[in-house]
Design a protein. Sequence first.
Length: 123
Amino acid sequence: EIARQVECENRLIAYESVNENPEFIQKTAPDFKIIKQTGKDLGERMYQIFWWILHHKMHHVIIIGTDIPTLPTENLQMAFRQLIYHDVVLGPSFDGGYYLIGLKKPHREIFINIDWSSNRVLN
């Protein structure tokens, strides 16, 4: 619902699990494009999503997780505005990671050698 409240060109859901049903996802979110995530860890999966989206001529891409249902819409709007002036936008979280990442170009280097799901992600 949060993504629907922000004005943007395209909306996409990238699902990970083989147990997830893309047809069901498409029925519940018909206004979203659905793609399967690829990659061996979270960083590689996020990079592949950014690469795919940005190479399909979409700009100012923001990824958020599904574990933040109360994310204020203003945070997404501000992130899109910041991408006008910056190549990378992060929404840091209290646990040492981030709840949002935005890019204008795929930057592989920011997704490698990261201890994902730890309190050291932003270190």
